[in-house]
Ligand binder design. Structure first.
Ligand code: GN1
Ligand code: MG
Length: 370
């Protein structure tokens, strides 16, 4: 416990984590929150938890956030049980209440903590080359949306306002350009030119919502492949994690963000841009999986716009990385000074490849939409 960088004893006490602490591990997947696993020994058994420090710069209201998450996970657990899903007990996260009944704890240094039970016999992917895995990922996110289709979205607090409003993300970029807080403006002229050359498209989805042509659903909004826990035995995606941004949103956001991350043949921060491309076979696998579970719930226009969702989520993410780079890396965790810029480059490169493969993407989508 002594080498843990925070007061772990106090945290364990607040969440009533009993047993003898044996070790902790840092999980380096997320760009926003900080995540650790904690291992205890209790009556000869190993008990594990996941401890997260919520980034309160990104999530300003931990109470609203945790109320959302507890409601959503309870809903999913209940539905999985009703449906007799064999993995119902591992099918969603189980958060632990603190001594005061709240699902988070703020320490003396204003760090905000939460704890959930560790799920055994699962694994995550960061990059994939196996189409079957991505097909399973599509099924898992399609199922997630179905499970939440009868959840009343109006009860959810909007954890990050305008999270996937691409037009507003462009405005944020423009502000960052004007402010030039980190003095990096001169080095990113080409990136800015690319970003602004797509500005008009940034309005397409927002306008369709305003016109009532696309329905708001309860969506995850951060559907990176590594937010799915896959079962070691069956290879099925059994549990969706990272529920901070579950809010009313478009199905296209969830579909698009999955493609942005999972169908890219390179990792999000690859420096060699020749490795970045949109794998059409992975795209097809995801479309097939996702539509097999979500098709009946989607409107014709939603299905038709799936490629647009992929393009917009990729473009938007590139803009967010560029904005953060200009602001001095204040939002996303970075490992080195150019990290956000490298990430921006992969996203913009992927947008270009999506544009090259646009017709094929539309044809594939159509094939599985019928
Ligand atoms: C962040 O926290 P993480 O790594 O799951 C971000 C997503 C981005 C993603 C890019 C709350 O997700 O929106 O798409 O990084 N989450 C938040 O990798 O901003
Ligand atoms: Mg996240």
């Amino acid at each position: 416990m002594s080498n843990f960088p925070f007061d772990l004893k106090k945290i364990c006490n607040m969440f009533s984590l009993n047993g003898t602490f044996t070790e902790y591990d840092k999980i380096n997947n997320g760009h926003v929150n900080s995540t650790f696993t904690l291992t205890f020994e209790e009556d000869g058994e190993i008990v594990k938890y996941v401890l997260q420090m919520i980034n309160t710069e990104a999530f300003k209201n931990p109470e609203g956030l945790m109320n959302n998450i507890v409601a959503v996970t309870n809903h999913i657990r209940k539905k999985n049980e009703e449906l007799n899903i064999p993995w119902a007990d591992r099918g969603t996260l189980t958060f632990l209440p603190c001594k005061d009944g709240k699902y988070f704890y703020i320490d003396e240094k204003n760090n905000c903590w939460r704890v959930y039970r560790f799920i055994d016999d699962v694994f995550t992917y960061n990059v994939i080359d196996d189409e079957q895995v991505f097909l399973n990922a599509g099924i898992a996110f399609g199922d997630f949306q179905n499970l939440l289709s009868d959840f009343d979205g109006s009860t959810l607090y909007e954890t990050i306002e305008k999270f996937h409003n691409t037009a507003s993300r462009v405005e944020n970029l423009k502000n960052a350009i004007l402010e030039n807080r980190a003095g990096r403006l001169d080095s990113v002229k080409d990136e800015i030119e690319f970003a602004l050359s797509h500005e008009e498209e940034a309005h397409v989805l927002v306008d369709l919502i305003d016109e009532g042509k696309l329905p708001l659903r309860v969506t995850h909004n951060d559907t990176k492949l590594n937010n799915i826990l896959f079962d070691k035995d069956s290879n099925k995606g059994i549990c969706i994690i990272d529920l901070d941004t579950v809010m009313p949103g478009l199905s296209l956001y969830d579909f698009g963000d999955s493609i942005r991350f999972g169908a890219n043949t390179a990792s999000e921060d690859e420096k060699d841009l020749s490795k970045v491309s949109l794998s059409l076979s992975l795209y097809e696998a995801y479309v097939k999986g996702y539509l097999s579970s979500a098709k009946d719930a989607l409107t014709d226009l939603e299905k038709e716009l799936l490629p647009m969702g992929a393009k917009m989520m990729t473009y938007e993410c590139g803009i967010r990385f560029l904005t953060d780079y200009l602001n001095g890396d204040i939002y996303f965790h970075t490992d080195y000074p150019e990290h956000n810029l490298d990430r921006c480059h992969t996203q913009f490169e992927l947008v270009k490849d999506i544009e090259r493969k646009w017709t094929e993407m539309q044809e594939i989508t159509k094939k599985y939409s019928l």
